[in-house]
Design a protein. Structure first.
Length: 317
């Protein structure tokens, strides 16, 4: 099971890094003037999601419910060093996850404000707001990294609650001794709890924004209105994405209440979470015209080069 888990995480993490790196390049080189400021939010999304995928590859976390404790087994390359390093990378990954949620909230709020107040938001203001919404995630990072147990204590918790699990190297083990500690509850509320009202709020804002777009009429150029609609489609798709946090979050209570007598929930939480930083950039490439055209042009260029190479090879033969 460990090897299958590593394979899945390696594939998803690598794909996530590639697609987010591509989006960063597309935003920097292909953003039209009408969405330049909003491009700052998209590029922050892409950078955040890139680091989630990268850190996930380094950690490859397996989460095991041990009563009211949580034990982590790190199956990624970080396990060659120490449990402290693995846990440090892990909490860094978590804080990028929560920052991504706040960016999604800001994305919808930004579009809503621009449409309803007919004002643009300066790049400086966008940068300041992004910095401000990063504070809750930074607080989470600082708080959680100081409240964990590694090594021998994590091993003892695992042996007591799950004697059937083969104990790996102590370098791979870390733990949160009690889920009701403030630092652990803060993460749960931040990642899973915030996703529920976020999804409901975005559905409401989407409804209001679509209604506003329908009444704009000729107030905006056809191109500007088309770009606005493309962005709304992307954001609507992204509004569904936080549901994966809720689904992944159920892996813990399933273990805790022993609803499924299988090791699969121990591996699945972060596999499900990892879909979020992959689907985010895909939504931009599908629904935002300039970025979609960028991808299509690259695909056409690749096909042309392959066809030219095949023709030359056939001629030589």
């Amino acid at each position: 099971m460990d090897e299958l888990f590593r394979t899945i995480h390696s594939f998803l993490s690598t794909f996530g890094c590639i697609i987010n790196g591509t989006l960063i390049y597309a935003v920097l080189t292909r953003s039209p003037r009408q969405i330049k400021n909003y491009g700052l939010i998209i590029i922050n999304f892409a950078i955040t999601d890139f680091f989630i995928c990268f850190l996930n590859f380094i950690v490859m976390q397996r989460l095991i419910a041990c009563g009211y404790s949580i034990v982590y087994i790190s199956l990624g390359p970080c396990s060659y060093f120490s449990s402290e390093i693995c846990f440090g990378f892990y909490v860094s990954m978590l804080h990028f996850y929560t920052h991504s949620i706040w960016l999604l909230i800001f994305s919808f709020t930004y579009r809503y404000y621009v449409l309803f107040h007919a004002k643009t938001v300066t790049r400086l203001k966008v940068q300041i707001i992004i910095l401000l919404i990063y504070i809750p995630s930074l607080f989470q990072l600082v708080n959680v990294v100081q409240n964990h147990t590694t090594g021998d204590i994590a091993k003892r918790i695992l042996e007591e609650k799950h004697p059937e699990i083969e104990i790996p190297s102590i370098r791979m083990l870390s733990a949160n001794p009690h889920i009701f500690d403030f630092s652990v509850l803060y993460v749960i509320i931040h990642v899973v709890g915030l996703s529920i009202p976020l999804t409901l709020a975005i559905v409401f804002l989407r409804y209001k924004t679509i209604k506003k777009l329908e009444t704009i009429g000729n107030a905006k150029s056809a191109k500007s209105k088309r770009l606005q609609l493309q962005l709304m489609k992307a954001l609507t798709f992204q509004a569904i994405i936080p549901i994966f946090y809720i689904i992944g979050g159920f892996c813990y209570p399933i273990q805790h209440f022993k609803q499924i007598k299988s090791d699969i929930p121990q591996y699945m939480m972060y596999c499900i979470f990892l879909l979020v930083p992959i689907l985010n950039p895909i939504s931009s490439f599908i629904f935002v015209g300039p970025y979609r055209n960028f991808i299509l042009s690259k695909v056409k260029d690749t096909k042309y080069k392959m066809t030219s190479y095949t023709d030359r090879s056939a001629t030589l033969i």
